[in-house]
Design a protein around this ligand. Sequence first.
Ligand SMILES: NC(=O)c1ccc[n+]([C@@H]2O[C@H](COP(=O)([O-])OP(=O)(O)OC[C@H]3O[C@@H](n4cnc5c(N)ncnc54)[C@H](OP(=O)(O)O)[C@@H]3O)[C@@H](O)[C@H]2O)c1
Length: 325
Amino acid sequence: MKAIVQDQYGSPDVLKLAEVEEPTPKDDEVLIKVYAVSVNGSDWEGLRGKPLYARIGGLRKPSNKILGSDIAGRVESVGENVKQFQPGDDVFGEMADYRGGFAEYACTSEKLLARKPAGMTFEQAAAIPQAAVIALQGIRDKGQVQPGQTVLINGAGGSAGTFAVQLAKLYRAEVTGVDNTGKMDFLRSLGADHVIDYTREDFTRNGKQYDLILDVIAHRSVFALKRALNPGGTYFVVGGSVATLFQVLFLGPLIRRSEGKNLRVLAVERNQKDLAAITELFKAGKIIPVIDRQYLLREVPEALRYVGEGRARGKVVIRIEHDIQ
Ligand SMILES: NC(=O)c1ccc[n+]([C@@H]2O[C@H](COP(=O)([O-])OP(=O)(O)OC[C@H]3O[C@@H](n4cnc5c(N)ncnc54)[C@H](OP(=O)(O)O)[C@@H]3O)[C@@H](O)[C@H]2O)c1
């Protein structure tokens, strides 16, 4: 099969379209003919090997050479123990180790898959998994946002951010979206009540405070971050600098005890229940995957460059046209 292969960490130039062996499903896995796969911030991190957590699967070079985490396609075959899916089913979901999706075929655990409803395109389905589940858990489950609360989403114009803005508005919060200059109108169009251009204003230094902050691209110190929280407020780091992650892990509990402000790491738990919940929200017209651009498999390097340079508004999706790459 054809796949986009990464032999080393680096720029999009290290990526090559190559012929590789088609994967074989393990007992609990499903082999999927991939029709669409979306790009996440985690693909950009996995390409560059930065931050350091992006090298968990290989310190010097990636052990799984194929990036791509969120897939949608049709079941080709299933492992012995797979109970929920059979060949011909249309499904979407995540790759177990966030890799393997930029390919014509991919194998993943049935536990990370959901059925694609008829009214959802493969491109929309591929845009959902990682990003929407981060948003659902950050805003609804762990964030437990209440009507009228103030919510700030840092990195609001990217993959997870565009779902988080929509969900926070759905739960009737007052939403502030933070992203770069070019995405201000885009954030308003998603429903953000207020926008902050991070190139001009630091949300931790403008005197405003929030009940919930979802930080997709953290890089500030916990001391700056707690300033932006209301008393009793909650901050979640989703991704970003390892320094902030460690500060939140080790200083967060101290700040919680001394000041009652909750600074935590959002450890996303991947499951079918959340994919099903988002599917229902989609079917009800309450959540829409915002797809900025689509590319073909051979164009993955350009797609990653577009996301990495911060130009994407929402999601970028790779369409896989079998036999005509
Ligand atoms: N915690 C977990 O369990 C878990 C699970 C899965 C993934 N993750 C992580 O979650 C993150 C998901 O990111 P994503 O896919 O949403 O990324 P994305 O699509 O790249 O979006 C990031 C957004 O942040 C903007 N941005 C960049 N620098 C910023 C700054 N200083 N202030 C405010 N906004 C800024 C970017 O725009 P510009 O670059 O144009 O400015 C972009 O719009 C990744 O780090 C991934 O590793 C965490």
